[in-house]
Write a protein that binds this ligand. Structure first.
Ligand SMILES: Nc1ncnc2c1ncn2[C@@H]1O[C@H](COP(=O)(O)OP(=O)(O)OP(=O)(O)O)[C@@H](O)[C@H]1O
Ligand SMILES: [Mg+2]
Length: 255
């Protein structure tokens, strides 16, 4: 199993949207077995599949108690399946965000997600982790559990500047998890008609000459899909640019 997390401390840059949709494409088009982990207490990824007001005993919350509870099944099947391939979900935990100060002092709490995923590594081809918009506790757990990081970056001044800080933090975690690396970055919500966005897109390419994966343009289709809690792979949009762009990035990740 290859574990890839979607991270950027900047909020609203498209982490969840790309994470869930790439998970869908890996399952339906690449015929892979995929585990999607919602590591964000906002639970945005979860809402594509389940009511996040569900019983917290069946969510990622179970991983972060005083003692780990490996006997509790927190993996849910989703409607996304095709032949032998399937997309399973570890739902996010709404209440986790509020109890961080208590959780943070528990010994070895930073590797709970890694230990959990180790127990399931033979059941999946890929694990995709959706991180919250910070480099705090849950992102740390994701960095400890992952080998690859994907970073969506909006082509704007503050967003691009913030990436330097992210890269610095990743370097810190690489010391404790030596397999961790930035697999790729991509420009998100790109509006090529704006000169400044084009310039920032070029800046992003220059910052990451070896692992720039491409652009995802802004499209109303994402809002439409989100309103219906649907992934793009479930809609009749396979010839449209948003879907093609996601497939292109998925191809680069899997090649
Ligand atoms: N390419 C796109 N075009 C248009 N809208 C988009 C695109 N990507 C994401 N969005 C919309 O932007 C909003 C934020 O996206 P998303 O939730 O994926 O960001 P995020 O980085 O996960 O946010 P957070 O940091 O809060 O977790 C959502 O309403 C989503 O539907
Ligand atoms: Mg998100």
């Amino acid at each position: 199993m290859r574990t890839i997390c979607f991270a950027n401390q900047k909020g609203g840059v498209g982490k969840t949207t790309t994470c869930v949709n790439i998970a869908g494409i890996l399952t339906t088009q690449k015929k892979k077995k995929v585990l999607l982990v919602d590591a964000d207490p906002q639970c945005s990824a979860t809402t594509y599949f389940l009511d996040p007001a569900m019983n917290e005993d069946k969510t990622i919350t179970m991983l972060f108690g005083k003692e780990p509870r490996p006997e509790v099944n927190i993996i849910h099947s989703t409607r996304i399946a095709s032949g032998n391939s399937r997309l399973d979900l570890v739902p996010g935990g709404y209440t986790l965000g509020g109890s961080l100060t208590e959780i943070a002092v528990i010994p070895n709490i930073g590797i709970r997600l890694r230990d959990f995923l180790k127990n399931h590594e033979n059941n999946y081809d890929y694990c995709l982790i959706d991180c919250p918009p910070d480099i705090g506790f849950f992102t740390m757990n994701a960095f400890m559990a992952s080998e690859d990081i994907l970073v969506p970056i909006q082509p704007e001044r503050l967003a691009v500047w913030g990436v330097a800080q992210l890269v610095e933090r990743i370097a810190f975690y690489q010391e404790v998890n030596p397999v961790l690396k930035i697999l790729g970055v991509f420009t998100s919500m790109f509006q090529a008609q704006f000169k400044s966005q084009k310039e920032w897109n070029e800046e992003i390419k220059m910052m990451f000459p070896n692992n720039f994966l491409g652009e995802i343009h802004r499209s109303a289709l994402y809002g439409k899909a989100w309103d219906q809690s649907k992934l793009l792979c479930e809609m009749r949009v396979k010839t449209e640019r948003p879907y093609r762009e996601l497939v292109a990035i998925t191809n680069k990740i899997t090649s």
